[in-house]
Ligand binder design. Structure first.
Ligand SMILES: NC(=O)c1ccc[n+]([C@@H]2O[C@H](COP(=O)([O-])OP(=O)(O)OC[C@H]3O[C@@H](n4cnc5c(N)ncnc54)[C@H](OP(=O)(O)O)[C@@H]3O)[C@@H](O)[C@H]2O)c1
Length: 247
């Protein structure tokens, strides 16, 4: 049975990826969550969908480096991991971050440093086994900083550079790194942005795009795919035009 792990198990996007993976084959799946009780309902649902799979939860602090090391060691001690999806994150209020450096530091850590450290810990294990895939969920917000969410965007931008470096490190090997960049998607993270509802992508479709992109071992997956074009335009907009935009 292939061994999969998901960090941020209660993420709606990750849960839908897990559902798709489990329709294809039975898996040995470890779900990492900061709160076991919240993850329990996810596990129960996945077990019903895939009775032949072995699914467990590891609860832990997802931010402290020593805790990240312990969690990854525990997962990898049981055997080589075929595929990891690093999915946790939080969408902070930009203005609140601007007025509270501790809050900014926490958001930069949760959305940037922590996922990078999880990827680094798994990558070090995979460099020994010589194989495996790591999917890291970044965001289109990391492609260009903008006033309405640049603390979150900076953290996600860190993941873009980090994933590039990791891809360079493992180029030509059987260790595959996929950076996923969702656009706005209907999940609990964006529930408060309900007036933007129609513009948001459906989480099932986003998960399917992620699963397909990872199966094709793509280095970068925009989900939905249209964000590849949109962000290419946004990234290349001259500053004098970009600075006039209220985004
Ligand atoms: N939804 C979007 O529009 C969108 C767009 C671009 C990128 N993304 C990215 O996609 C990923 C998944 O998000 P989602 O949309 O599936 O959101 P979600 O359903 O709200 O899930 C967020 C996940 O992150 C965890 N989390 C939140 N704050 C945390 C913290 N301080 N420490 C550790 N874990 C924390 C949550 O755990 P708890 O259950 O314990 O709170 C949950 O597992 C995130 O990396 C997000 O940045 C989402």
């Amino acid at each position: 049975m292939k061994r999969y792990a998901i960090v941020g198990a209660t993420s709606a996007i990750a849960e839908h990826c897990a559902r798709i993976w489990l329709t294809k084959e039975d898996l040995d799946l470890t779900l990492v969550a900061r709160n076991k009780e919240r993850a329990e309902s996810v596990v129960q649902d996945l077990r019903v969908r895939s009775p032949g799979s072995v699914i467990r939860i590891i609860e832990g602090d997802l931010v402290t480096p020593s805790s990240i090391e312990d969690i990854v060691r525990e997962i990898c001690q049981a055997g080589d991991v075929d595929c990891v999806l690093i999915a946790h994150g939080s969408l902070p209020d930009q203005e609140a971050c601007q007025n509270d450096l501790a809050r900014s530091a926490n958001e930069l850590s949760v959305n940037g440093i922590s996922p990078a450290l999880f990827a680094e810990a798994f990558a070090n294990k995979m460099s020994i086994s010589g194989r495996g895939q790591i999917g890291i969920i970044g965001s289109v917000a990391g492609d260009r900083g903008r006033k309405s969410n640049y603390i979150y965007g900076a953290a996600k931008g860190l993941l873009t550079r980090y994933a590039q470096g990791l891809q360079h490190r493992f180029a030509g090997t059987d260790v595959v790194i996929t950076l996923v960049k969702p656009g706005p998607t209907q999940t609990p993270m964006t529930a408060h942005l309900s007036d933007e509802g129609p513009k948001m992508a459906d989480v099932t479709a986003v998960a399917q795009t992620i699963v397909n992109g990872m199966a094709k071992e793509r280095p970068v997956v925009y989900a939905p795919g249209k964000w590849l074009i949109i962000m290419m335009i946004i990234r290349h907009l001259p500053r004098f035009i970009f600075n006039r935009m209220d985004i």
